[in-house]
Design a protein around this ligand. Structure first.
Ligand code: SER
Length: 410
């Protein structure tokens, strides 16, 4: 198997779908346009919603993108596991009332088996439980034996995100082999472990959901596919996690170089190394789209991400502000797909440094207030910091107080 890099895979995907008549569009901004239901763009289809519903006319009925996405729902787990992250790129091919299931399935198979060369015997499709049409396409047209096609329920194979265009889906899983498995009896496609990795999601967008379980048929049938670029790279490069793929490893290595730490020596250091590696990507891309740190909405998400990374930098022993320097590595790794990063680099560095400096001052101020509080406690003969004071230190000065050892939790 060829170990394609992230930048190569992005290009290969877009070129493949261009060869199938798609218009390759630039990634949309992370800031949603005319969509109050989202704080940040979280999937390839999100900026395209009006084209699915027919509210707007797309520039072409076949479009392909590599969309920058942010999902912060699991932010508390970032760093603690090798799976979670806030920033990712989603590859997608879209049909707005043009082709439907036959082509979408055939092309996903062609790309995975012939373009990037994954072994077809390791690929397993899944379908929505009642979708016999998709079953027949996989079985009769692609030639996948019936016992290799998995039927899953709504939870796994029906894609919807709040209100808006949605529909049943057919996913493709890749068997990464026993070394990644849990070894439990019955471990197969759909198991929670790392062996069977979902790489591709073909959504047959045919409904408009009201977000409360009500669906109306859309006048046009659409295709919305999504494939996490980083995940595809994990499979192609046969590495443990997204933190080991080429572009992210470059950032991870830089964090190690700046802190003098080695990855996979100390579990707590690894939490910080992974968290910073992820967060600097989100922060760099958010700033390049014009989001500024603030105390509300998107700006607050950015501020929180920068401050979390800055705090973990301190925990790793990095001296002084470091995020702008690290952003230079992010830009270097991603400017192929996102030339605007290079164009806006001075602005990105400035915003990161200002926020990090401001945070450093706030922390120092917090520590000095803590020392005053400790003096007062001593004078009063009190041994435990009050909840009120602990909250003030956290809320106003960003200081979290730990019992030892620190769980690196925030
Ligand atoms: N919307 C689907 C997803 O995000 C496919 O693009 O997975």
């Amino acid at each position: 198997m060829e170990k394609y890099g992230v930048n190569e895979l992005r290009k290969m995907f877009l070129e493949f779908f261009e060869s199938k008549g798609h218009l390759a569009m630039k990634s949309f901004s992370l800031i949603p346009h005319n969509d109050k239901s989202l704080l940040l763009i979280n999937s390839g289809m999100a900026p395209l919603k009006p084209y699915f519903t027919g509210a707007e006319i797309p520039p072409r009925r076949r479009v392909t993108t590599c969309q920058k996405c942010i999902r912060t729902g699991d932010i508390e787990n970032v760093g603690k596991t090798a799976r979670h992250g806030t920033f990712f790129e989603m590859l997608g091919n879209f049909s707005f009332g043009d082709y439907f299931k036959h082509e979408a399935i055939a092309w996903s198979w062609e790309f995975l088996t012939q373009v990037v060369g994954l072994d077809p015997n390791r690929l397993y499709p899944s379908i929505y439980q009642d979708d016999d049409e998709a079953f027949d396409i996989w079985n009769k047209e692609i030639g996948i034996p019936a016992d290799r096609i998995f039927r899953f329920g709504k939870e796994d194979n029906f894609w919807e995100h709040g209100a808006g265009p949605c529909g049943p889906c057919s996913e493709i899983y890749y068997d990464r082999g026993e070394k990644y498995g849990c070894g439990k009896p019955g471990c197969t496609v759909g198991c929670e472990c790392d062996r069977y990795m979902e790489v591709w999601n073909n959504v047959f967008t045919q409904f408009e959901g009201d977000g409360k379980g009500g669906y109306t048929e859309l006048a046009q049938k659409n295709i919305d596919t999504g494939m996490g670029l980083e995940r595809l790279a994990v499979v192609m490069q046969d590495v443990d996690s997204v933190f080991d793929i080429d572009t992210m490893k470059a950032i991870r290595d830089k964090v190690c170089e700046m802190s003098g730490k080695k990855y996979q020596v100390d579990a707590l250091d690894d939490v910080s190394i992974r968290l910073i590696t992820d967060h600097i990507r989100s922060a760099t891309f958010m700033i390049s789209d014009g989001i500024m740190p603030s105390n509300e909405g998107r700006g607050y998400v950015l501020r929180r991400i920068i401050r979390r990374a800055a705090r973990h930098g301190r925990m790793l022993g990095i001296d002084g502000i470091f995020m702008a320097k690290l952003a230079a590595t992010v830009i270097n790794e991603s400017k192929d797909g996102y030339p605007e990063l290079e164009e806006k680099k001075d602005f990105i560095f400035k915003v990161l440094s200002q926020e990090e400096e401001k945070f450093g001052k706030t922390i120092d101020q917090g520590l000095s207030i803590l020392s005053d509080m400790e003096k007062q406690m001593e004078a009063d003969g009190v041994k435990v910091l009050s909840g009120e004071n602990a909250f003030k230190l956290y809320d106003t000065y960003g200081c979290l107080l730990y019992t030892s050892p620190s769980p690196r939790d925030i």
